[in-house]
Design a protein around this ligand. Structure first.
Ligand code: G1P
Length: 294
């Protein structure tokens, strides 16, 4: 097995019903956060972590996603002719971020099925999976650490985050046998358990680094919660064979697939933006004052 993680799989075939009507005719992954689609934030994170090969799993309504990472000769000519060189460089940079590949999920059978469609492309190598509606704007630091864990142990590694109370039932949940700082050895994984049955308060967030054994597990994963092939169920079969590690992270990032968190991502990330940050801060304090929210 080649042990270097070079490929990231981005499952982008979901319908995005949580964000209707915005997602009626547009892929949810293309919703703008500050000045770029959420999926571009995620791919830039992967590239910052050392990934140079991206496979995006799409469905028929996602043409916009493919076009975004493809060249647009007409637009490039136009920008050049108008002397808009900064914009031209930015448009070209998107295509040059990595090598892009696309595959179709075929049928909406669940996240596990979507990741399974990557097998032909990934082959016998470890690889990363990033859920594109979760933003982790940390310059790729979390993913890089996860990759380092997998490359040094030969075991898969997922990111985990502590959740208070019954909200844990909305996620995959990991129990663990040993903890060393922020790294745990996972001994249980359950998809969206009832609160009383959750093995811990650690939710599975949208970052995964898998050894290629996950494909054999996915191939024998029966439909689980919601009748779907669940990635969590296949991961549970990796426990001890060859093993599952978890990295407990302190910042959850943003769930850009939820209206409120998408708004929070826009506000916080625009505050961090060198171009507009100061103006956004002023605008926000103006709104707070005018509405008496302070
Ligand atoms: C998926 C996974 C779940 C994970 C979650 C993270 O659920 O199935 O294990 O905790 O992503 O956001 P979904 O959000 O698709 O329901």
């Amino acid at each position: 097995m080649n042990t270097k993680v070079r490929t990231a799989v981005i499952p982008a075939a979901g319908l995005g019903t949580r964000f209707l009507p915005a997602t009626k005719a547009q892929a949810k992954e293309m919703l703008t956060v500050v000045d770029r689609p959420s999926i571009q934030w995620v791919i830039e994170e992967a590239v910052a972590a050392g990934i140079d090969d991206i496979l995006i799993v799409t469905s028929p309504s996602k043409k916009g996603v493919e076009d975004h990472f493809d060249r647009n000769a007409e637009l490039e000519h136009l920008l050049e002719a108008k002397g808009k060189y900064d914009e031209l460089a930015e448009v070209r940079r998107i295509t040059d971020l990595a090598t892009f590949h696309f595959t179709r999920q075929g049928a909406p059978l669940g996240l596990g099925h979507s990741v399974g469609t990557a097998e032909r492309h990934v082959g016998d190598r470890p690889f990363a999976v990033l859920l594109p509606d979760e933003l982790m704007p940390d310059g790729g630091a979390t993913l890089r650490r996860m990759i380092d864990v997998t490359e040094s142990t030969g075991e898969s590694c997922i990111s985990l985050f502590e959740v208070d109370g019954p909200d844990i039932s909305n996620y995959g949940v990991a129990g663990f046998s040993e903890r060393d700082g922020d790294l745990v050895t996972i001994d249980r994984l359950v998809e969206k358990p009832p609160y009383e049955e959750a093995p811990s308060n650690l939710k599975v967030t949208g970052r995964y680094v898998f050894t290629p054994e996950i494909f054999a597990k996915l191939a024998i994963t029966e439909p689980g919660r919601g009748g779907e092939i669940q990635l969590t169920d296949a991961m549970a079969m990796l426990i001890g064979d060859p093993g599952m590690r978890g990295l407990v992270i302190k910042e959850a990032g943003y769930d850009a697939g939820q209206k409120l968190d998408w708004l929070r991502a826009n506000i916080e990330l625009s505050l961090d933006d060198p171009e507009v940050g100061a103006d956004v801060a002023e605008m926000l304090s103006g709104i707070v004052r005018a509405r008496g929210l302070g």
